[in-house]
Design a protein around this ligand. Structure first.
Ligand code: BTN
Length: 246
């Protein structure tokens, strides 16, 4: 575990470390934790708002700790989201945490966590799983748009919460979820599917290629893809930006 009091981004720090250390130095998973990030990143290059109430951490998973088939590696982001949900429920149950495919965790319709997974090639190939959880984040000075759609677990549960206690719970759940995924990726994807916040809703998906699809979400399939029923038939989406259509 690497503890950094202030760092630009745990994902960037982990990526630079992987690239600078000679093989086979990094064989075991590592955890990079920041007290504070000065340039945290979300998906699609967006900034990630956090403060000293937010858990900001990156799990570094060497690829030989994953499934042998690289096509399954993108599923690790969903597996991490599942673990984030379980740890939230253990800490502040009896609420239900859900997954907004592909990388958001929602409680009470508010985004409480996000996952940024990145594949790093080279002599130390690994998947970085960056996780930001709004354990006790203060959104008072955040942009208005974020105040409307994001939330902190302490505000939702109306009690003070400790992000290090949350990290402890998360490590246990993530280890268990990864074990389950290695044994049966399909079962793990079904567990994610049971938490899909979009199932049954009319949604719009903008794919990486810029294609816009609209339809009713049928859930997360056994391969971690989003299953959509559109006017033109069924679609399986590997990667997209998704929003609910009101
Ligand atoms: C998203 O919601 O788009 C993903 C957010 C991921 C944020 C985490 S915080 C720890 C790690 N370091 C980063 O710079 N980003 C991820």
């Amino acid at each position: 575990m690497h503890w950094l009091d202030i760092i630009h981004s745990t994902n960037d720090w982990a990526s630079a470390r992987l690239r600078s250390v000679d093989h086979p130095a990094l064989r075991e998973p590592e955890l990079v934790v920041a007290g504070e990030q000065s340039a945290g990143r979300g998906r699609l290059g967006r900034p990630w708002h956090s403060d000293r109430g937010t858990l900001t951490a990156t799990f570094v998973l060497p690829t030989d700790h994953l499934q042998p088939d690289p096509q399954l590696w993108p599923q690790v982001a969903l597996v991490a989201g599942l673990a984030v949900c379980q740890a939230i429920e253990e800490m502040i149950g009896p609420i239900r945490a859900s997954l907004k495919w592909p990388n958001d965790v929602l409680v009470d319709h508010r985004k409480v966590a996000g996952v940024l997974s990145e594949y790093i090639s080279g002599s130390n190939p690994a998947v970085l799983v960056g996780i930001g959880v709004n354990v006790a984040t203060d959104f008072q000075n955040a942009p208005a748009e974020l105040q409307q759609r994001a939330g902190s677990l302490s505000a939702i549960s109306r009690r003070p919460l400790d992000r290090w206690h949350y990290l402890h719970l998360l490590c246990g759940h993530f280890a268990d979820c990864l074990t389950q995924w290695r044994q049966s990726p399909i079962e793990a994807m079904r567990a994610c599917g049971r938490r899909c916040a979009l199932t049954g809703h009319q949604i719009q998906a903008v794919t990486g290629g810029g294609e816009i699809l609209q339809g009713v979400c049928q859930g997360i399939d056994d391969f971690g893809q989003l299953h959509l029923q559109t006017d033109r038939g069924e679609q399986r989406i590997r990667s997209a930006e998704v929003s609910r259509v009101r």
